[in-house]
Design a protein around this ligand. Structure first.
Ligand SMILES: NC(=O)c1ccc[n+]([C@@H]2O[C@H](COP(=O)([O-])OP(=O)(O)OC[C@H]3O[C@@H](n4cnc5c(N)ncnc54)[C@H](O)[C@@H]3O)[C@@H](O)[C@H]2O)c1
Length: 374
């Protein structure tokens, strides 16, 4: 089948790479440099599985031109960013709308499957605006750095539809036929599928906030957080996973998806989501306060901005906020982060050589290990 992908980031690239073994894939992006990389079989994101597939130079088309990329496609996945707009108090969905306008100019009857995370109720509005297209919403649950691996082993496949159950089932089958496992498939209404995505990410954020609060308590009282976490997590209802304290949850999705879900509540009574968002702010304030307490001579050195080992970006990293606050309060801040090329990052001096960084006589913050000083 001819399938097009609008937006070649973590989501689009992994779905297109998953499907290109059996289908005719066109990658479309507004970024010329991304498309040039794809044409040379270079993955624009760091993902070992995608890099492995690209090494065999698979067959696909990559273009910035919608008329080349979209016109012959029967199915188009939209995988463009949906950043949270603080001014509007909801996701900025304009990139989905501009992708859909570009699609509709050259192809009026392709099935559209939105993979971007959207506000609850959004897909139905879009479907009403484009009656010629069957519009579906299928939430994406991948982890960055393991995007293709997660698409090969999905935890579940969810497809939301308006009145197109059969088409939704076909898209689910397509995603399932390329998976290594046999995941549970859930075909449901648009709003249920949209809710599944936002509630899943909010639960993950809440769990991170919980273990961070546990760690804040332990650090303040001088208890060993790891022992407490181990004891708590041995209860099978809680489980010994996803329980590592950090400097706060970050990354592209959790900060924005929690805010979007909270805004969807409107005046429906709820406390946990806003408490999770506040708890994450408290955690960053606690780390900052501790760093200031322990820093001798106002010198602080930050070892990596990334939130997960192996990550290729530091989007919404709590370490960046802590770095900025320290710089603003006239601390002498040093940074070791191979992903940063500049000599100065938000006022912090970037040290390229790790040996030189280790020798610095400064308080060391290691966000990846949840360490303040070592
Ligand atoms: N990153 C994740 O782990 C993840 C997981 C699940 C869901 N999501 C959701 O998926 C969506 C995409 O996230 P991502 O991390 O893949 O984004 P990304 O920033 O990695 O990639 C988005 C790509 O879309 C391109 N783009 C922007 N506007 C476009 C347009 N009009 N037409 C074509 N291409 C366009 C950009 O140039 C970029 O290459 C977001 O809604 C996000 O919330 C992300």
């Amino acid at each position: 089948m001819k399938i097009a992908i609008a937006g070649c980031g973590y989501v689009g690239l992994s779905i297109g790479t998953l499907l290109c073994a059996r289908h005719d894939i066109s990658f479309v992006d507004i970024s010329q440099s991304r498309i040039e990389q794809l044409k040379s079989f270079v993955s624009p994101i760091r993902d070992p599985e995608i890099e492995r597939v690209f090494a065999d130079r698979p067959h696909f088309l990559a273009t910035t031109d919608p008329s080349i990329g979209y016109s012959a496609a029967r199915l188009i996945f939209i995988c463009v960013p949906t950043d949270y707009s603080e001014e509007a108090g909801k996701f900025d969905t304009s990139k989905i709308e501009s992708a859909l306008e570009a699609i509709d100019r050259v192809n009026q009857d392709a099935v559209i499957c939105i993979k971007s995370t959207v506000p609850i109720g959004y897909t139905r509005t879009l479907a009403t605006k484009y009656p010629g297209h069957t519009v579906l919403f299928s939430p994406e649950f991948l982890r960055e750095g393991k995007a293709l691996e997660d698409n090969r082993n999905p935890s579940r496949i969810v497809v939301g539809h308006g009145k197109a159950e059969e088409t939704a089932k076909k898209v689910a089958d397509l995603l399932k036929e390329n998976a290594c496992t046999s995941p549970t498939v859930l075909i449901c209404d648009y709003e249920e599928a949209e809710s599944i995505k936002l509630f899943s990410n909010t639960y993950l954020a809440m769990r991170i906030a919980f273990f961070n609060e546990l760690d804040t308590y332990a650090k303040t009282k001088g208890f060993d957080a790891n022992t407490i976490i181990k004891g708590v997590s041995l209860d099978p209802r809680i489980g010994d996973f996803y329980n590592h304290p950090s400097f706060g949850y970050g990354g592209y999705c959790l900060p924005k998806d929690t805010k979007q879900l909270l805004s969807s509540y409107g005046d429906i009574p709820a406390d946990l989501i806003s408490a999770t968002i506040e708890s994450n702010k408290d955690r960053k304030r606690f780390i900052l306060r501790k760093a200031k307490e322990l820093a001798k001579g106002k010198k602080v050195a930050i070892d990596r901005l990334i939130s997960k080992p192996g990550s290729d970006n530091y989007r919404q990293s709590p370490a960046v906020e802590i770095l900025e606050a320290l710089v603003e309060q006239d601390y002498d801040v040093y940074l070791y982060e191979p992903l940063v090329n500049e000599a100065l990052f938000h006022g912090a001096k970037v040290i390229k050589d790790y040996e030189e960084f280790k020798e610095l006589d400064a308080l060391k913050l290691r966000p990846l290990l949840n360490e303040i000083g070592w």
